[in-house]
Design a protein around this ligand. Structure first.
Ligand code: OOB
Length: 550
């Protein structure tokens, strides 16, 4: 079987694919082939450093061999090309080994985040009909084995749980590798390579199908813009499964260039700064709240951060005032990045005027990224005006995986992705993110779909209606507030009961509402629909609101 794409998701029409190949964007590379080539070119160079609990450094030769042996072991256990494998690993060397092993055999990693819990994992496994799930035994105090056992019982397709660490009743990842065979399967460059998760605006996250061709192009473009080369030492501080630290330019971009990836077990300065010093880290990427923390901590740190050359900040709007403070505090260059797992990534440039770096979110990677800024009727707004950002290009998907109905809403008929972002373009073509039309909360880069949380809260017998909105927050940019209307005659509830309900449903902790407020009615729009905008603007927490405690 081939990792067929057309059946599961719309793809680029032939004339676009030809154009992208002719332009040299799609060069027929695959991730498996890329690692093999780098290993042949410089087998002894260090590819991956995992500092905890004891420092391990794998060379390109070792990573390549490990990936091949693990790939052979996966094949021996029946994992076939096109099969989906949910991978939920923290920032460890095993994460990189596992995904390269899956790339090698054409199986598709489905990238879960370490924060995901029962509800999300069960959905990923069942919706993708995953055959395997890869977990740590424990991470950040959470028992992943117990979760895996539960999910396996409930998901008929799930044949294997592979565990990095003590396996409990499952299979230890360390037992899987075996001698590679000569006739190993080779995925084609236009095949799907993996499924990435969308931030989401709906009850369940959508899956984003990325191909080798398109993603490798985004790496090559990102590397050129960010100056990534064999001397780059990139620190992965955000979860490695997220698109930003993976490819902007991230750990995959760094490996593409033959540089060294340093995995950071936790993003806080107490963990990260000593690593920057010891491993002579040159580059990293982070979300704005973390950039604030690093900027503050750098003032009084005793650690030598002088190896840092470039810090990328993105995932949510970075305030101009904070952006101005970063370079002097960290003693390195700042680059803003405005990207999305669906594709399009914009960067400010190293040779940009300083004002553009601190006040804009950059320019697209590619001259073939088509950008439209339109009004509500999809008409282009005048030059420099605000509007909805639509985009199409050589690394922006044409549709989500197995979501035909949603695709009709999220893409125009001629294949532009509706990003849901409100932007304007400066005379130099730089994009400035001015707001958001999509129903999503951006909690410091972590995306929350209000509908998902509303559906959970509506399950409470005392709740008549609920609306979850984002409200301004000085640190996170936004945090979440649930407005709840109780049923007539229902006993009063405490905000904590609503939070507990969401938490106990087993969702990632960042989705638990920060604030809960009980109201009699929601503000209405002209046609009687709940006005989310109205809710946001009068969202001054009342006496019933309770600060976040997670
Ligand atoms: C990144 O990817 P996602 O898929 O988690 O989120 C995409 C959305 C964008 O549509 C936009 O709403 C928001 O996140 N966003 C920004 C931003 N960067 C992303 N909003 C304002 N300013 C920015 N700089 O978040 C992502 C993927 C690749 C690279 C960087 C970020």
């Amino acid at each position: 079987m081939n990792a067929s794409r057309t059946a599961d998701a719309p793809t680029w029409p032939a004339e676009f694919a030809e154009r992208y190949r002719a332009a040299g964007h799609w060069r027929g590379e695959t991730f498996g082939g890329m690692l093999r080539e780098r290993a042949a070119a410089h087998p002894g160079r260090v590819a991956v450093v995992d500092p905890a609990p004891e420092r391990r450094a794998w060379t390109y030769g070792e990573l390549d061999e490990r990936a091949s042996r693990l790939a052979a072991g996966f094949t021996a256990r029946g994992i076939a090309p096109g099969d989906r494998v949910v991978v939920q690993l923290p920032n460890t060397a095993e994460f990189i080994e596992v995904v390269f092993a899956l790339f090698r055999i054409g199986a598709l990693p489905v990238y879960a985040l370490p924060a995901h819990r029962e509800t999300e994992i069960e959905y990923f496994c069942s919706f993708t009909e995953a055959v395997a799930y890869v977990v740590p035994d424990r991470h950040a105090g959470f028992d992943h084995l117990a979760l895996a056992t539960k999910v396996k019982e409930r998901t008929p397709t799930l044949k294997h749980v592979f565990v990095a660490g003590a396996p409990g009743g499952h299979t230890a990842l360390s037992e899987v590798p075996c001698a590679p065979t000569e006739t190993a399967y080779e995925p084609a460059p236009h095949d799907l390579a993996f499924l990435q998760l969308s931030g989401g605006t709906t009850g369940v996250p959508k899956l984003i199908p990325r191909t080798h061709d398109d993603y490798v192009y985004s790496l090559r473009g990102s590397n050129e813009i960010c100056g990534v080369d064999g001397d780059t030492r990139y620190l992965v501080v955000l979860p490695a499964a997220h698109n930003f630290p993976m490819s902007s330019p991230g750990w995959l971009g760094t490996l593409y260039a033959g540089g060294t990836v340093v995995l950071c077990p936790s993003p806080d300065p107490a963990t990260a700064f000593p690593l920057v010093e010891r491993e002579r880290v040159t580059m990293t990427g982070m979300v704005p709240p973390l950039a604030l923390v690093w900027t503050e901590a750098a003032r009084s740190t005793g650690h030598d951060l002088s190896s840092l050359e470039l810090v990328l900040v993105g995932g949510a709007k970075y305030s101009e005032a904070a952006a101005r403070r970063l370079e002097p505090a960290l003693g390195c260059r700042l680059m803003q990045v405005f990207g999305m797992a669906e594709g399009l990534v914009n960067y400010t440039r190293l040779d940009d005027d300083h004002e553009a770096v601190v006040t804009t979110q950059g320019l697209p990677i590619s001259e073939d990224d088509e950008i439209r800024v339109v009004d509500d009727a999809d008409e282009d707004v005048p030059e420099g005006g605000f509007g909805h950002l639509l985009t199409r290009g050589p690394y922006t998907i044409r549709g989500y995986w197995r979501a035909p109905e949603h695709n009709r809403k999220s893409f125009t008929e001629d294949g532009f992705y509706r990003t849901g972002d409100i932007v304007r373009r400066t005379p130099t073509g730089h994009l400035v993110v001015e707001g958001r039309a999509k129903d999503q909360i951006n909690r410091g880069g972590e995306k929350v779909a209000p509908e998902e949380i509303e559906n959970i809260i509506l399950g409470h017998p005392s709740v008549h209606d609920v609306s979850v909105v984002g409200v301004a927050d000085a640190y996170l940019g936004e945090r979440s507030l649930a407005y709840v209307i109780l049923r007539d005659g229902a006993e009063p509830l405490k905000p904590a009961a609503i939070k507990r309900l969401v938490r106990e449903r087993g969702v990632a902790a960042y989705k638990v509402p920060d604030l809960v407020e009980f109201v009699e009615a929601f503000p209405q729009t002209g046609i009687g629909k709940v006005s989310k905008k109205g809710l946001r603007s009068d969202a001054v927490p009342g006496p019933a609101a309770e600060p976040a405690q997670h």
